[in-house]
Design a protein around this ligand. Structure first.
Ligand SMILES: NC(=O)c1ccc[n+]([C@@H]2O[C@H](COP(=O)([O-])OP(=O)(O)OC[C@H]3O[C@@H](n4cnc5c(N)ncnc54)[C@H](OP(=O)(O)O)[C@@H]3O)[C@@H](O)[C@H]2O)c1
Length: 290
């Protein structure tokens, strides 16, 4: 395995690169292989995909055209969420592997608990444990799980999830539900991965507490606001952050932020965290379950 972006070690002992390239909006249901290829050329090696995004074949296509090795790329896949997706991780993963033309994914996540009863969640997890045993996924994890969901799953798990992927930005990290989710994950050694880390940038047309702080830090550190928010989220949660762009320049800037730039100092981290407490905002799944 060779990727130049830093990684962390999961509770399974496997490593995961801390920067992931997403494939959801604006790529939903479209062939986004050209962007995955661009990201591969730029140096990104971790791709975040899902059954729900209806474009998993784009990963297979981009990998096929790439000259590198499959084992040098980290793939996160997810099953479920919509009412029309069966609660069946086994057939979902088999379909994913077929579409991606690969034998395994590195991380296989339950996309969300909200469409699952407690019983179906536990049954699904048992199936995911089997899929890991069979080597069809190297690790299994969850996404959008609040603390009560993790507690419920813990009554049945044999394998502790390796990861919980949740929305994380300075505008929701102070929410009691985020705090509880992060704490229970820490207690069980579950890595947190963040998406929606750049959501504060979508508020740029209105006054909000982070505006002046990001502008000041950006000028002082010579980093753009996206790079600062991604680094803030990654350093806050310790796990990978997922982002998306259709611009090669931004891919390179994001890589640069993690490959070349030092960590944000404690005082910059505090400055952003404190400003973030001045507003609550979540771009996805609100209300996030406690
Ligand atoms: N597990 C889940 O339920 C879940 C939910 C949502 C998302 N995700 C995953 O996370 C991925 C990322 O989605 P996200 O919503 O979290 O994206 P995000 O990284 O928070 O935001 C991406 C948006 O920010 C813009 N952007 C990037 N850098 C910027 C900068 N320096 N200044 C201003 N704007 C900038 C991009 O615009 P440009 O395109 O113009 O660069 C893009 O529109 C998804 O593709 C998906 O894989 C998972």
């Amino acid at each position: 395995m060779s990727w130049t972006i830093p990684d962390i070690t999961l509770n399974s002992g496997n490593k995961i690169p801390i920067l992931a390239f997403g494939t959801a909006a604006p790529f939903f249901g479209t062939d986004c292989s050209q962007y995955i290829s661009q990201a591969l050329r730029a140096g990104i090696r971790h791709f975040d995909t899902a059954q729900l995004y209806s474009n998993q074949e784009s990963v297979g296509k981009a990998l096929h055209q790439w000259e590198g090795n499959r084992q040098d790329v980290y793939i996160t896949a997810k099953w479920g969420l919509e009412g029309d997706v069966e609660n069946d991780p086994k057939s979902a993963l088999e379909e994913t592997l077929r579409l991606m033309e690969t034998d395994y994914v590195d991380m296989f996540l339950m996309h969300s608990p909200i469409t699952l009863s407690s019983l179906s969640m536990k049954k699904a997890w048992a199936m995911m444990e089997q899929l890991k045993d069979q080597g069809k996924c190297k690790d299994i994890g969850v996404s959008n799980f609040g603390s009560l969901d993790i507690k419920r799953l813990s009554e049945a798990w044999k394998v502790v999830p390796a990861m919980n992927q949740i929305e994380y930005s300075p505008y929701n990290s102070h929410d009691s539900r985020s705090i509880a989710a992060v704490q229970i994950c820490k207690d069980h050694g579950i890595a947190i991965s963040g998406f929606g880390c750049l959501q504060p940038l979508s508020l740029k047309n209105e006054p909000h507490p982070l505006l002046s702080v990001l502008a000041e830090v950006s000028e002082r550190l010579n980093l753009n606001e996206g790079q600062i928010l991604l680094k803030w989220a990654q350093q806050s949660i310790g796990g990978p952050v997922v982002t998306i762009t259709d611009k090669t320049d931004r891919m390179l800037e994001d890589i640069h932020a993690f490959q070349q730039q030092p960590a944000l100092s404690d005082s910059v981290m505090d400055q952003i965290t404190k400003a973030g407490r001045g507003r609550y905002y979540r771009g996805y799944l609100d209300p996030f379950r406690p």
